[in-house]
Write a protein that binds this ligand. Structure first.
Ligand code: ACM
Length: 264
C-alpha cells in the first residue's frame, strides 16, 4: 500500500485558492492509496471570531470542498483524509472526512479542542470511529488529540491499522516526538499531515511525519516547505501486536490496574 501526506499552507477563508493548491500538489501523489491532508485545509485555522469561522464552514453532505474530494478520489481511485470546518445546523465542528473512489466513507469530529478552538467549535460527539477500506482499517485523530494516549489506544483496540492525523501544530517538534511512541505502543502506522505558514499570531510547524509500528520515522517533511511525502508499507506489520515473542501490546495489558482511567 502506498500512503502519503500533503504538507501545505491553506489560505484563511479562500476555498478556491486551497482547492487550487491541492490540485497542484496531487500529481506528486500519483499511485497513492490513501492520502492525508492537514486540519481545516479548506478554510484555514486562525479565525478571529466564530462568525468568521462560520463563513467558511460547510455541511459535509453538500459542501463544495467535500464534493471536490469526491471527484478527486473517483478520478484517481484513491482515498483521502482531510480536515473540514464542518457546519451542522447551527453548530461547527473541527472534523475530518474519509472519502474514497465511491464517495464519502465517514467522518470524525475532534474530541480535544485546542486553545481558542473552544470558542468556535463544539467538542466532537461521534466518539472514535474506525473505517474498513478493504486494504486496511483507518482511524482518524485531529491535531491536539495527539496528547491523549487513550484516544490512540481505543482506535488501536478497535482494530485501526493506521491512524490519519490531520494537523495544524504550533508547538515546534513536540507532537512529532510523540508520534513514533504512539505508533510503537499500539503497533500501528501513524501519518500526520501538518500545515505550514503563518496566520495572524500563529506559525505552523510542518514536519509532517510518517511513523511505523516499530517506531521508525519512515519520512518527515521540512518545517516550512510545501511537500508531498509517500511511503510504501506492508499493512501486515500493524497486525502483529507482539513487541517480543512473549509480549503482546494488547494481551499483556492489566486493565484492572487502570481503573483510574475510567473516572469521569
Ligand atoms: C491544534 O490542535 N490545532 C494545535
Amino acid at each position: 500500500m502506498k500512503i502519503g501526506y500533503v504538507q501545505m499552507a491553506p489560505v484563511l477563508g479562500d476555498l478556491d485558492k486551497n482547492i487550487q493548491t491541492i490540485e497542484r500538489l496531487l500529481p506528486q501523489a500519483d499511485g497513492v492509496d490513501l492520502l492525508v491532508l492537514p486540519e481545516l485545509c479548506h478554510s484555514g485555522y486562525r479565525f478571529e471570531s466564530r462568525d468568521e469561522a462560520w463563513e467558511t464552514s460547510e455541511a459535509i453532505s453538500t459542501g463544495r470542498f467535500v464534493e471536490f474530494l469526491k471527484t478527486v478520489c473517483a478520478e484517481r481511485q484513491t482515498y483521502i483524509v482531510a480536515g473540514v470546518n464542518e457546519r451542522d445546523g447551527e453548530k461547527l465542528y473541527n472534523s475530518s472526512v474519509l472519502v474514497g473512489p465511491d464517495g464519502f466513507v465517514g467522518k470524525y469530529r475532534k474530541l480535544h479542542l485546542f486553545m481558542d478552538e473552544k470558542d468556535i467549535f463544539e467538542p466532537g460527539d461521534l466518539g472514535l470511529p474506525i473505517f474498513d477500506i478493504g486494504t486496511c482499517k483507518v482511524g482518524m485523530l485531529i491535531c491536539f488529540d495527539w496528547v491523549f494516549p487513550e484516544a490512540w489506544r481505543v482506535l488501536a483496540l478497535k482494530g485501526a491499522d493506521i491512524i490519519c492525523h490531520p494537523s495544524n501544530l504550533v508547538i515546534p517538534g513536540l507532537c512529532q516526538k510523540a508520534l513514533p511512541v504512539h505508533a510503537v505502543c499500539n503497533r500501528i502506522f501513524v501519518v500526520t499531515a501538518n500545515r505550514i505558514g503563518t496566520e495572524r499570531d500563529l506559525t505552523f510547524t510542518g514536519l509532517s511525519t510518517f511513523a511505523d509500528p516499530r517506531s521508525e520515522v519512515l519520512i518527515q517533511a521540512s518545517p516550512d516547505r510545501e511537500e508531498v511525502g509517500l511511503v510504501d508499507i506492508d499493512i501486515a506489520l500493524a497486525r502483529d501486536k507482539n513487541v517480543t515473542p512473549r509480549n503482546h501490546v494488547f494481551n499483556d495489558r492489566r486493565p484492572a490496574e487502570y481503573e483510574l482511567l475510567f473516572d469521569k
